[in-house]
Design a binder for this molecule. Structure first.
Ligand SMILES: Cc1ncc(COP(=O)(O)O)c(C=O)c1O
Length: 442
């Protein structure tokens, strides 16, 4: 591309404007990720999305294997979501939160309560609707503290729960995220090893948790059933079940952070329940709102009831239970069921992992291919190679992100509706890019 045509790009101009007003943290990160050099690829500024494709302001179209960081379970512009927004926006866009509920808020809370109670075999379930994933984790930590009267939380190395102060304190993903704020974060968090992260085994993890539970009065163990941002790391089959049993034996609660893994992403509606782990509190987010922001903290009434005992204590916000996102959440859950997308995610994901393994495992640069459903990680030999591949895949028309504590894992969380032909095309493209990279070093 000539310098003249590059300077005509709308994306370049918008990226310049963005850099002027954006918090520098993001510009810094974008630049290092894009390897932003004057002759690097022009920036992407997105303009439209349809199904599994996004188009940027300069008309380039990409296969979106990120899908709003996993939040677009139905892909971009799904008719059910479009219709829900259109219908609800003519009725009621903003409500009155927890003062006067809206009809759609009641409906979605019933749906979320029913699916959680069924998954965990709870006699009943009550819901605290929140906005972001981090907000739901905050609500879960508060719920555990109220219900147990204890402060200490066991969280995991490599886990990600959001960046507000409460979830950040429990975020083992990057110590650097916490470090500047350490004095303002809860001191009551103990980080246990997570199997598969930095060489830890299941035994390390369970022994560490057992020791903490013995020595401290622990309110809750907060766990991602599969590490999402931590690199799509799937723990051994019995890990969650044993963790739940350990927590229960010491009077601590198990909080399952299903924000990324839940609602079909990993081929089941509730991953921890499917693994036989009897959680006491569950958090949903990301895909719940179908692209709009909605999350939920759910627990049986016996636990959620703790909120009624402390006098004036609530967890709420101006947009909590926002009617538009409640409507899109209802449309999402209905569509998942009608189009059998949870099963599709499981089946398509397992064929895709098999294809990736067939195409890639002979390559030295590929350390591991793992995941469940359509949450898939491809761990490569270094973060530098992973970053390079993100750029080359982008040039080839595929958007992916990196993950893993070392940044060495290509992370895929496409729409559950994505066509398999696109996934196969991705596997072939990645294979050929990796072969070229290998040929360079030979
Ligand atoms: C497992 C998990 N929990 C919590 C969060 C935080 O969600 P949000 O970014 O909506 O605050 C994320 C986000 O990636 C996540 O993956």
């Amino acid at each position: 591309m000539s310098a003249d045509s590059a300077s005509d790009l709308k994306g370049l101009e918008l990226a310049r404007r963005l850099a002027a007003v954006d918090c520098p943290a993001f510009a810094h990160r974008r630049n290092s990720r894009a390897g932003a050099s004057p002759d690097g690829p022009p920036p992407i500024v997105l303009a439209r999305g349809r199904g599994h494709e996004v188009t940027d302001v300069d008309g380039r179209t990409y296969v979106d294997l990120v899908a709003g960081f996993g939040s677009l379970l139905l892909g971009h512009d799904h008719p059910a979501i479009r219709q829900a927004i259109a219908k609800q926006s003519t009725k009621l866009v903003q409500g009155m939160g927890d003062v006067y509920a809206s009809d759609v808020k009641v409906e979605i809370m019933e749906r979320i309560a029913a699916l959680s109670a069924a998954a965990f075999d709870w006699p009943d379930a009550q819901v605290l609707l929140c906005q972001s994933g981090g907000d739901a984790v905050t609500a879960a930590l508060k719920t555990a503290t109220l219900a147990t009267g204890r402060d200490t939380i066991i969280a995991f190395d490599g886990a990600y729960h959001g960046l507000g102060y409460a979830p950040l304190a429990a975020c083992g993903f990057q110590a650097g995220f916490r470090a500047p704020f350490a004095e303002q974060l809860s001191k009551h968090i103990l980080f246990a090893p997570y199997p598969g992260v930095r060489g830890a085994t299941e035994r390390h993890a369970l022994d560490f948790v057992a020791q903490c539970l013995e020595q401290e009065k622990v309110a809750a163990v907060l766990v991602e059933p599969i590490l999402g941002r931590g690199g799509c790391i799937v723990p051994p089959t019995n890990f969650l079940r044993q963790l739940a049993a350990q927590a229960r034996a010491s009077g601590a609660l198990l909080i399952a952070d299903e924000i990324w893994t839940g609602l079909g992403r990993t081929g089941t509606l509730v991953r921890s329940a499917d693994e036989g782990a009897h959680a006491d509190i569950v958090c949903f987010g990301k895909g719940l709102g179908g692209g709009l922001s909605l999350s939920a903290c759910v627990a049986p009434a016996a636990i959620m009831g703790a909120w009624a005992q402390g006098g004036q204590v609530v967890h709420s916000s101006t947009h909590a239970g926002h009617p538009l996102s409640c409507a899109t959440a209802l449309a999402t859950l209905e569509t998942l069921e009608r189009e059998q997308l949870v099963r599709r995610s499981r089946e398509v994901g397992s064929r895709f992992v098999a294809t990736l393994q067939r195409e890639l495992t002979s390559l030295e640069a590929v350390t591991e291919i793992r995941g469940e459903g359509l949450l898939i990680g491809i761990e490569l030999s270094s973060a530098a190679l992973t970053q390079r591949l993100v750029g080359e895949l982008r040039e080839a028309g595929f958007l992916v992100i990196t993950g893993g504590v070392a940044g060495d894992t290509l992370t895929l969380s496409p729409a559950l509706t994505i066509e398999e032909a696109e996934l196969n095309r991705f596997a072939t493209t990645l294979s050929s890019l990796l072969h070229s990279a290998a040929a360079e070093t030979d």
